[in-house]
Design a protein around this ligand. Structure first.
Ligand code: FEO
Length: 406
């Protein structure tokens, strides 16, 4: 693992994390994740931007890359904490013990968290939007970007090199052999784009209005390199990832109208019997159909597909007078992430009594979904149930197409 040079004196030093653990204790990492730190060496001072958590030896990986550049943690004059979540600060107490003299720069909102998470109070300086730190020939310019991802978050810009250190914003899941967008193979691109969408949907989607606001704030900067703290560095086409994030943010209330996600679950097969007929109609209508079986598939992947879909079809039985619990979990995740304003339909079987719909309706209202219909039946579906499901699916497709033309 070697540092990546972004500009003279500016390097990414990073750790590849494997697939054993869950991100934030929730989200699977089948392709791992990077945690990136950066150093900026001026003529007079050395800044270290965003730390790592000591996860799979990340601290030692970063330390050895720092050593390969001829530095140690003790040489750092400024530690910039763009964001306080422990994936970027977990090693803080360790680093302060190694270098008690460096100055920690973070937003005013981050200061109490530096104390509460790590019991560090000395040499902590709050900075605000527009504040600068002169490293000698290179300048750190801070911009507060609250809620991308936590309220205390900021970004750091180095105008001499036109580099934006954006922390969580513009990040991705996945680990990549190459560190820059212009070096990626097609296979890496094929991983990067879906893993960027999944990262966004899982981590940032709830805060989409802040993403839009943050991107507007960045319009004043002449950005030539985007250097996030997860994923790759974008130097050939930094606008590509900014545009991706801008689109993802719009999808909160205005999702793509050409894609439908079918989320299906069943106890004995009756609730999913009509899924093939529904899928066929949607495809006949020219829609992309994404399929997720629950609970076999993790909510991380369901959420990512739902974020990029204008409509959702949900198949679930009633279970003990309520929704089937694995589907309730999915709907809870969709509600927390504000997967708003989708066209939806629901199908499902019940045994002695219904009840799933009663629990489903408030979620429909909360997320401002338009429910095109429910097909609910006792036991197995009959021909009239299939007819109703097919007609509802067709109405769903037509409604999506109408929304595209509005
Ligand atoms: Fe990568 Fe919100 O931490």
């Amino acid at each position: 693992m070697k540092p990546n040079k972004l500009a003279e004196g500016v390097y990414r030093i990073y750790a590849d994390i494997g697939n054993r653990d869950l991100f934030e204790g929730i989200w699977p990492l089948p392709h791992g994740v990077n945690i990136n730190s950066y150093i900026v060496q001026g003529e007079d001072k050395l800044a270290f931007i965003d730390l790592v958590k000591d996860w799979e030896g990340a601290l030692e990986k970063v330390n050895s890359q720092l050593a390969s550049l001829g530095y140690s943690f003790n040489d750092v004059d400024y530690l910039v904490l763009n964001h306080m979540e422990p994936d970027h600060t977990g090693a803080l107490a360790d680093m302060v013990a190694r270098n008690p003299h460096m100055e920690i720069l973070c937003t005013k909102k981050a200061v109490p968290l530096v104390s509460s998470f790590y019991n560090v109070e000395k040499n902590v300086r709050a900075v605000s939007s527009g504040d600068t730190v002169d490293l000698g020939g290179k300048t750190l310019v801070f911009t507060e970007t609250p809620n991308i991802h936590w309220p205390e978050t900021m970004m750091t810009f180095v105008p001499e090199d036109h580099i934006l250190f954006s922390c969580d914003a513009f990040g991705s899941f996945g680990t990549y052999e190459h560190g820059f967008d212009d070096e990626l193979t097609q296979k890496e691109w094929d991983l990067l784009i879906p893993e960027t969408q999944r990262y966004y949907a899982n981590i940032v989607s709830s805060f989409s209005q802040f993403v839009t606001r943050g991107i507007e704030k960045l319009s004043g900067f002449d950005i030539k390199i985007v250097a996030p703290s997860h994923g790759i560095v974008w130097r050939e086409n930094p606008q590509k990832v900014i545009d991706l994030y801008s689109s993802y943010a719009q999808w909160m209330n205005n999702p793509p109208s050409d894609t439908v996600t079918i989320i299906y679950s069943s106890m004995y097969g009756n609730s999913i019997k009509l899924i093939p007929a529904i899928k066929k109609v949607l495809e006949e209508e020219g829609l992309n159909v994404l399929m997720h079986e629950v609970p076999k598939e993790h909510s991380s992947f369901v959420l990512s597909s739902a974020w990029g879909s204008g409509a959702l079809v949900m198949a679930m039985p009633t279970y003990e007078y309520r929704m089937f619990p694995p589907m309730y979990h999915i709907l809870d995740i969709l509600e927390r992430s504000h997967v708003n304003r989708r066209k939806v339909m629901r199908i499902g079987s019940y045994g002695w009594s219904g009840g799933a719909q009663k629990q489903f309706d408030p979620i429909v209202a909360s997320l401002k979904w338009e429910c095109l219909g429910t097909v609910e039946y006792q036991g197995a579906p009959f021909e009239e149930d299939e007819h109703k499901a097919v007609e509802t699916a067709r109405a769903l497709a037509l409604s999506l197409k109408e929304s595209e033309n509005q």
